[in-house]
Write a protein that binds this ligand. Structure first.
Ligand SMILES: *[C@@H]1O[C@H](CO)[C@@H](O)[C@H](O)[C@H]1NC(C)=O
Ligand SMILES: *[C@@H]1O[C@H](CO)[C@@H](O)[C@H](O)[C@H]1NC(C)=O
Ligand SMILES: *[C@@H]1O[C@H](CO)[C@@H](O)[C@H](O)[C@H]1NC(C)=O
Ligand SMILES: *[C@@H]1O[C@H](CO)[C@@H](O)[C@H](O)[C@H]1NC(C)=O
Ligand SMILES: *[C@@H]1O[C@H](CO)[C@@H](O)[C@H](O)[C@H]1NC(C)=O
Ligand SMILES: *[C@@H]1O[C@H](CO)[C@@H](O)[C@H](O)[C@H]1NC(C)=O
Ligand SMILES: *[C@@H]1O[C@H](CO)[C@@H](O)[C@H](O)[C@H]1NC(C)=O
Ligand SMILES: *[C@@H]1O[C@H](CO)[C@@H](O)[C@H](O)[C@H]1NC(C)=O
Ligand SMILES: *[C@@H]1O[C@H](CO)[C@@H](O)[C@H](O)[C@H]1NC(C)=O
Ligand SMILES: *[C@@H]1O[C@H](CO)[C@@H](O)[C@H](O)[C@H]1NC(C)=O
Ligand SMILES: *[C@@H]1O[C@H](CO)[C@@H](O)[C@H](O)[C@H]1NC(C)=O
Ligand SMILES: *[C@@H]1O[C@H](CO)[C@@H](O)[C@H](O)[C@H]1NC(C)=O
Length: 532
């Protein structure tokens, strides 16, 4: 199919196979409809606390594969992803100074089959902070456990973690994961029903002050005002048993030590009835509906002047909670969802995002170690992460603008660097299940037209491709594979994929680009030298 977006304000009409719609105009300079400049590194990760040693390894056994995948992103976006070490198991972890290895975890299947409910960490856990050069971390302290023993355990870890993060490795601290679920979680209720926003704030302030006092003894420079910073409140959602707005009103930032307003998000649940690739993930409307409440939160907080100068980030998110669904979260279609979600989020004021990872998790961007359940390797979502990093390439002043399209199976974005149009992208979200498709038929595609501002000579084209939305291997970005089997995660250019495409800009400044179903394309403008 060919869809031509005519360069007029013509109302949508259809003539046979050719559909006429409003054109996509691109302004040379950024407008107020773009999001604020993203914080670099925009593409960041969250790693489940108990699986951090798998992802990072330890001093005698650093995980070089993970490091390579992080370096690939640094080479594109300019900074290695920030790593938040946290999640549900952050609030289960207790310290055992005698434990001779990093993790002693016991899975209780009725709580979760995917991670331990009983968890002790030993001193060598903190070695994992030393294996990735030039990486900054957010360490998640336990707030969930509520007895006096657990407070001692928390404070006992302060000297170890602060020494592990000295020398520029600390980005921020976090105290508590999703406390808005403490009164209701099916994985264990850890606070009484009368625990309020004020109760949470009082507890957060009290414990964070104790952590600071412990730091003042062990790592004094980290207790200084300018260095002692948190992300908070790390709520699971905006409508659970604690209200984020009330939390700020009740004085969460009384000590002026919250650097980033962090919230968590998923599109739905892995086993939720009705969740599908096309309907839930490859669906721009669903993504817009999922992101917009965060924009509302920002608006409400701004109106009340509660988080002025505290940017909003997503400290943990991914496709489907409960660690993702096989066939959905690990398929190429989920990589396309990740592009759409992360670029839409950037266009709506979410300034950084951390995609959540864990060993054997279905939505993981990569599996860091070989297990009985999962092959070590780069997974399709990673390729979406690469695309997002490419869109935010360019330093500290990159803004993403949403270019609204009429169908819920397509999305387009422009990136402005220092206020100037630099690149734009189209994500085609029409599901193309290649195993269900007629192998002799041509894969359908859609042709988009963009009206460029004057002075652009040509446009170079890079594509994110796979055989279909259900592919779990054979993904390429601009002809590169990052698969473990090829070069341990280093980019390897494959010889059987077309690259080096350029798109002609016609005399009226129009460029046409064909986008196959279930694929994404990124176009970079080459200023000057053209006739238009
Ligand atoms: C702490 O580790 C030691 C040494 O492995 C072990 O004997 C002890 O049972 C552990 N304590 C707990 C509470 O797990
Ligand atoms: C370091 O990692 C290796 C490989 O996972 C493991 O065998 C070893 O026990 C770890 N060392 C410590 C001190 O935890
Ligand atoms: C590991 O944790 C389990 C459950 O708490 C405990 O029974 C066991 O003794 C611990 N093992 C060590 C070596 O700490
Ligand atoms: C810890 O939380 C549980 C569950 O709400 C509650 O029964 C218990 O009283 C709490 N303990 C403390 C010390 O707050
Ligand atoms: C909450 O309920 C517990 C009993 O479950 C009680 O001891 C405590 O005083 C109550 N706290 C407040 C703030 O009302
Ligand atoms: C896409 O999501 C919207 C909002 O959730 C929903 O109304 C619509 O039915 C979805 N589309 C498909 C094809 O399922
Ligand atoms: C916006 O946020 C406020 C405060 O949390 C809430 O009361 C309101 O319902 C939200 N509106 C929408 C449209 O989500
Ligand atoms: C908003 O809050 C900031 C930081 O707390 C403060 O410096 C500023 O004066 C406040 N502005 C208004 C209009 O209240
Ligand atoms: C619009 O969506 C439908 C499925 O919902 C799809 O068949 C059609 O190809 C899409 N058109 C474009 C231009 O993406
Ligand atoms: C894609 O096709 C395969 C093979 O027919 C099927 O097993 C799978 O469920 C399909 N995937 C989706 C997301 O519909
Ligand atoms: C993708 O399709 C090509 C051409 O049909 C085939 O040779 C290749 O094996 C497929 N790759 C995967 C991972 O299925
Ligand atoms: C391209 O080559 C790679 C590596 O040899 C292979 O795995 C892949 O299936 C090929 N892709 C296509 C589309 O034929």
């Amino acid at each position: 199919m060919r869809v031509i977006l005519f360069l007029s304000l013509a109302v949508a009409t259809a003539i046979g196979a050719v559909i006429e719609r409003s054109p996509i105009y691109l302004n040379k300079e950024v407008s107020s409809s773009a999001g604020p400049a993203v914080l670099q590194p925009y593409m960041s990760y969250s790693i489940e606390f108990c699986y951090f040693p798998d992802y990072a390894g330890n001093k005698s056994n650093p995980n070089q594969f993970s490091n390579q995948l992080l370096d690939n992103l640094a080479a594109i976006q300019g900074t290695k992803p920030y790593i938040r070490v946290g999640g549900n198991t952050q609030d289960y972890a207790l310290y055992n100074a005698s434990l001779e290895y990093a993790i002693n975890g016991t899975i209780i299947p009725s709580k979760s089959e995917d991670y331990p409910y009983i968890l002790y960490i030993g001193p060598s856990f903190f070695e994992s902070y030393s294996t990735w050069p030039d990486t900054k971390f957010i360490h998640g302290y336990n707030l969930g456990k509520n007895g006096s023993d657990s407070l001692k355990s928390l404070l006992d870890t302060v000297p170890l973690v602060c020494k592990a993060l000295q020398g520029g490795k600390l980005a921020y601290w976090e105290l508590g994961n999703e406390p808005d679920l403490y009164k209701t979680s099916s994985q264990g209720i850890v606070r009484p029903a009368n625990w309020t926003e004020q109760g949470y704030v009082d507890e957060w302030l009290s414990k964070s002050r104790k952590i600071r006092a412990a730091l003042a003894k062990s790592c004094p420079e980290m207790a200084a005002d300018e260095n002692y910073k948190y992300i908070a409140p790390s709520f699971a959602g905006l409508r659970n048993s604690l209200d984020p707005v009330k939390t700020w009103e009740d004085g969460l930032d009384s000590d002026k030590n919250i650097a980033l307003n962090s919230e968590h998000d998923y599109m739905g649940g892995a086993t939720q009835p009705g969740v599908t690739l096309q309907g839930t993930l490859m669906n721009h409307t669903a993504t817009v509906n999922n992101v917009n409440p965060f924009k509302n939160l920002s608006r409400v907080l701004a109106a009340k002047n509660l988080t002025t100068d505290i940017p909003l980030i997503l400290g943990e998110h991914n496709s489907l909670y409960n660690e993702g669904a096989p066939g959905l979260s690990n398929a190429f279609g989920a990589a396309l969802w990740g592009i759409d979600w992360n670029l839409y989020a950037a266009s709506q004021g979410i300034q950084r995002q951390h995609m959540h990872q864990g060993t054997d998790y279905r939505y993981a961007s990569w599996q860091p170690v070989q297990t009985e359940k999962t092959t070590l390797g780069t997974k399709p979502p990673y390729y979406g992460n690469i695309f997002v990093a490419e869109m935010v390439r360019g330093g500290s002043n990159v803004q993403i603008m949403n270019l609204p399209l009429s169908n819920e199976t397509e999305a387009a974005y422009a990136a402005y660097v220092n206020g100037q149009l630099t690149r734009f992208a189209v994500v085609n979200l029409v599901e193309y299940n290649y195993t269900d498709s007629d192998p002799t038929a041509t894969r359908p595609s859609v042709s988009y037209s963009f009206q460029l501002p004057s002075g652009i000579g040509s446009v170079s084209v890079q594509r994110l491709m796979a055989n279909g939305s259900n592919s779990i291997s054979g993904i390429t970005w601009d002809g590169y594979s990052y698969n473990y089997e090829l070069a341990g995660g280093k980019p390897v250019r494959l010889s059987n994929v077309t690259v080096g495409e350029t798109a002609r800009v016609d005399k009226d400044g129009v460029v046409n680009i064909n986008v196959p179903y279930s694929s994404a394309v990124l176009l970079t403008v080459n200023h000057g030298g053209g006739s238009a």
